[in-house]
Ligand binder design. Structure first.
Ligand SMILES: [Zn+2]
Length: 304
């Protein structure tokens, strides 16, 4: 089970974020969105080098934001929030978490679903935002068998093509070569059950892919219709302060940094203008909130 450290809790509070989200292992956040029932389940968290957070940003400004987020040591914990949507006969998972082979602090999705009383066998469809380990590697178990053998899978074709192409191996830094092997291993497991989609296509009526390239070449977010809309944001906005106050800063994890920054700006503008809800995969659990304009940039407002 995922436990926030006392320090990260204090930091979260200090940053003016939700303190109510303390135990990601407690009852998952569930709410109605139009005709859909949405649940956010934690997959645990990642432990990442703090240096990944916008290494090229002006040092003093960067330091003060990291301080505000309580992230002054060499590593920080990044939550991983997985969205589950119930609609009609379908139970749809957006991303599958890290599985067993990425980090010991992650890969808790199935345990947390069980605790929440949700049978994984009832999941009918899975859609992926992108092919990074913390989103895709949970597709297979430790024997490389499909974790959900009866589900249908949906992948943006540009993302599938990127990971299977020459550029995946050539374009990534050496320490991420394992990401390519891992993506191919997991994609191979779903290949007979996968449907390729393009931005603008629906997974089911009311759940649509939106192009948001840059973090990875074929990255998509999901838009759930109804009300002011709900965006399941993948890794466009990964940090509760930096991504909103300085969308132009380049996190280390973005494959195509300039394109990712443009995408971030565009999505923030849209979220702030439309008052859509956002679920951020790496924002403090459950990652649900709104975006407001603030001082020429933006602010994440966790849902009350
Ligand atoms: Zn991620």
């Amino acid at each position: 089970m995922h436990q926030f450290t006392r320090r990260s809790l204090l930091a979260t509070t200090a940053a003016g974020l939700v303190a109510r989200s303390l135990p990601a292992c407690a009852a998952p956040a569930s709410f109605k969105h139009d005709a859909f029932e949405v649940t956010v389940v934690s997959d645990g968290h990642l432990v990442l080098p703090t240096s990944f957070l916008a290494p090229g940003a002006p040092p003093a400004e960067r330091a003060s934001l990291l301080q505000a987020a309580g992230q002054t040591s060499e590593q920080y914990n990044s939550p991983t929030n997985i969205t589950l949507i119930r609609t009609g006969a379908d139970l749809i998972l957006v991303d599958m978490g890290s599985g067993d082979r990425f980090m010991p602090s992650a890969g808790k999705l199935w345990d947390n679903l069980k605790t929440a009383g949700i049978e994984k066998a009832n999941i009918t469809k899975v859609v992926f935002t992108h092919g990074h380990p913390d989103h895709l590697w949970g597709a297979v178990d430790e024997l490389d068998d499909l974790a959900l053998p009866k589900a249908s899978f949906f992948v943006a074709s540009a993302e599938w093509d990127f990971w299977h192409g020459e550029n995946a191996a050539r374009g990534l830094p050496a320490e991420r070569a394992g990401f390519v092997t891992g993506a191919r291993r997991n994609y191979a497991a779903i290949k007979d059950r996968v449907k390729m989609l393009k931005p603008g296509d629906d997974v089911v009526t009311g759940l649509r892919l939106v192009a948001t390239p840059g973090h990875t070449q074929g990255h998509v977010v999901l838009e759930l219709a109804g009300g002011e809309g709900l965006i399941i944001g993948g890794d466009v906005l990964t940090h509760p302060l930096i991504s909103f106050q300085h969308p132009e800063w380049r996190p280390n994890a973005d494959h195509v940094p300039d394109q990712a920054a443009e995408t971030r700006a565009r999505l923030l503008d849209r979220l702030a203008a439309g008052r859509s809800k956002l679920i951020g995969f790496h924002l403090p659990y459950p990652g649900l909130g709104f975006v407001e304009r603030k001082d020429g940039a933006y602010r994440f407002v966790p849902a009350a």
